[in-house]
Design a protein around this ligand. Structure first.
Ligand SMILES: *Cc1c(COP(=O)(O)O)cnc(C)c1O
Length: 419
C-alpha cells in the first residue's frame, strides 16, 4: 500500500542531502589556503614571481584537464562568460542564442557584454534543442551558448555542425558540468571558449570563482585584458597583435585559487562515484512503464548529480512527486508555478521586459542593434511542458547500493499506482 494511504514507506531513513561542493572540504583545502596566508600573497600578480601563483596553478590544472591551449581564472562564472564574449568580440548589435532553461546569469552575461540574448527551446535532454537553435539564426546572430545543464552534456555534434555551417562563435557554459564529457572529450573543449563556475553550488567550489578555457590566441588575450584594467603592468605575456582596451577587475584572489585548486583535484573521484550511482538507479528504472527518462546525449559523460524523468502531464507529475516524497525519496517537479526559479526564462523579468542598467544603456535600444527580438512568457511552450512534467531527484556521491535500491523500489511502487 502506498505510504500516503497508510502503507509502510519504502524508506524511513533520511535520504542523503543534496550534493554540495563545500562538504568535501578537508585537510587538503586547509593546507592550500593556509599556504597562501603563510606566503602573505593574495594578489596573483604580486611580485615578479608570476608562476608562483595559485591562480596560475589552477589555470595549468584546467589546461591539462581540458587539453586547451589557454585557461584564464576569473572571479565568477558570470565574469567568465562576459570575458569570453568580449574576448570573441561579441558586443553591441550582436544576437547570442541561449537556451530557455539555464541560470539567469547566462542571459545577464550576454547583456553585460551589450549584446542581445535570443531565447530558444530545450528538448527532452533539457539542453538546447538544435532545431530551435538553427531556426533562430538570422543575420544578427553572432554566437551561441550551449549550456550543459545539470551536468548533462549538450548534443555537441549537432550544435557544432549548425554553428560551423552558419559561422557562429560557440561559447560553452560549463558552470553546472565541471567534470563532464561528450564522446570522450571534456566539456569546455568543444567551443571557441568554455566557461566554468566555482560557486558553492557547483560540482567543486573556490568560494566564488570561474575560468575560461580556449585555444584561440585572440580570445584569450582579449578576455585577459577585459579581466584586468591594467593587465599590461603586471608583466603577463600576451599575443602581441591585440590592442589593449578598458577592462573590469575580474581577477581571482590567491585564496580562492588555492581553494579551487584543492577542490579541482577531487572532481574525478566525485564524478566517478556519482556516475556509478546514477547508472545503478537508471538500470533499475529504465524498464518501468509510465515514466520516461530524460534523454542524455552521452550517458558516459553525464556528471550525474541529478536524475530526471518525465510523466505524461503536469497533474501526474505533481501527484507522482508527492507519492514519491511520502515513500521517503525527496524529489520535486522543476516548473510548478510556485517558486520563481531563476533557471527558467519565464522568471527572467529584466530580460523579458528588456530592461538595461539604465534607459540610455540598453542593448536592445542601442544604435548598433538592428534586430527585433521578441520575448513573452509563453514563447517556449515545449520547455515549460517538459519542466512541468519532470521529476528531479538529487544524487549524492555517498549514496550506497542499498540507497539506490530504495530509490528504485520507491519509483517502481509509485509508478505501479499509475497503471
Ligand atoms: C552558476 C551559473 C552561472 C554563473 O556562475 P557564477 O559563478 O554564479 O557567476 C552561469 N551559468 C550557469 C548555467 C550557472 O549554473
Amino acid at each position: 500500500m502506498l505510504a500516503v494511504k497508510g502503507g509502510n514507506p519504502v524508506r524511513t531513513k533520511p535520504w542523503a542531502p543534496e550534493f554540495i561542493s563545500s562538504e568535501e572540504f578537508d585537510d587538503l583545502e586547509k593546507e592550500y589556503v593556509l599556504k597562501v596566508l603563510e606566503k602573505k600573497r593574495v594578489f596573483r600578480f604580486y611580485s615578479n614571481k608570476l608562476a608562483d601563483s595559485e591562480a596560475a596553478r589552477l589555470e595549468k590544472l584546467y589546461r591539462e584537464r581540458i587539453s586547451s591551449k589557454y585557461a584564464l581564472a576569473v572571479n565568477s562564472g558570470t565574469s567568465a562568460l562576459v570575458s569570453a564574449l568580449v574576448g570573441a568580440n561579441i558586443g553591441p548589435g550582436d544576437e547570442v542564442i541561449i537556451p530557455a532553461y539555464t541560470y539567469i546569469a547566462t542571459a545577464a552575461a550576454v547583456l553585460i557584454a551589450r549584446a542581445v540574448p535570443v531565447i530558444v527551446e530545450v528538448d527532452d535532454t533539457l539542453t538546447m534543442d538544435p532545431q530551435a537553435f538553427e531556426a533562430a539564426i538570422n543575420e544578427h546572430t553572432k554566437a551561441v551558448i550551449p549550456v550543459h545543464m545539470k551536468g548533462i552534456p549538450c548534443d555537441m555534434d549537432k550544435i557544432l555542425d549548425i554553428s560551423t555551417k552558419h559561422d557562429l562563435i560557440v561559447i560553452e557554459d560549463v558552470a553546472q558540468a565541471n567534470g563532464g564529457f561528450y564522446k570522450g572529450k571534456p566539456l569546455g573543449s568543444f567551443g571557441h571558449a568554455g566557461c566554468f563556475s566555482f560557486q558553492q553550488y557547483k560540482v567543486i567550489t573556490s568560494g566564488e570563482g570561474g575560468l575560461v578555457t580556449t585555444n584561440d590566441d585572440v580570445i584569450y588575450t582579449r578576455a585577459s585584458i577585459y579581466h584586468d584594467s591594467a593587465l599590461s603592468y603586471w608583466g603577463a605575456k600576451l599575443f602581441e597583435n591585440v590592442d589593449s582596451f578598458p577592462g573590469e577587475n575580474y581577477r581571482m584572489s590567491e585564496i580562492n585559487a588555492a581553494l579551487g585548486l584543492a577542490q579541482s583535484q577531487k572532481i574525478d573521484s566525485i564524478v566517478t562515484k556519482l556516475r556509478q550511482i546514477k547508472r545503478t538507479i537508471v538500470d533499475g528504472i529504465k524498464s518501468i512503464p509510465h515514466i520516461q527518462l530524460q534523454r542524455v546525449p552521452d550517458p558516459d559523460g553525464d556528471v550525474s548529480y541529478s536524475l530526471i524523468f518525465y510523466l505524461a502531464n503536469t497533474d501526474e507529475a505533481k501527484e507522482f512527486s508527492e507519492l514519491l516524497n511520502a515513500e521517503g525519496i525527496p524529489n520535486g517537479t522543476i516548473y510548478n508555478n510556485g517558486i520563481a526559479d531563476r533557471h527558467i526564462y519565464v522568471n527572467w523579468d529584466y530580460v523579458l521586459d528588456k530592461r538595461g542598467a539604465s534607459d540610455k544603456d540598453n542593448p536592445w535600444n542601442c544604435e548598433s542593434y538592428k534586430g527585433n527580438v521578441q520575448y513573452s512568457k509563453d514563447m517556449c511552450p515545449n520547455t515549460l511542458d517538459l519542466l512541468s512534467r519532470s521529476i528531479s531527484i538529487s544524487l549524492h556521491q555517498n549514496l550506497t547500493e542499498e540507497d539506490c535500491q530504495d530509490a528504485i523500489d520507491a519509483i517502481r511502487k509509485v509508478a505501479n499506482h499509475f497503471n
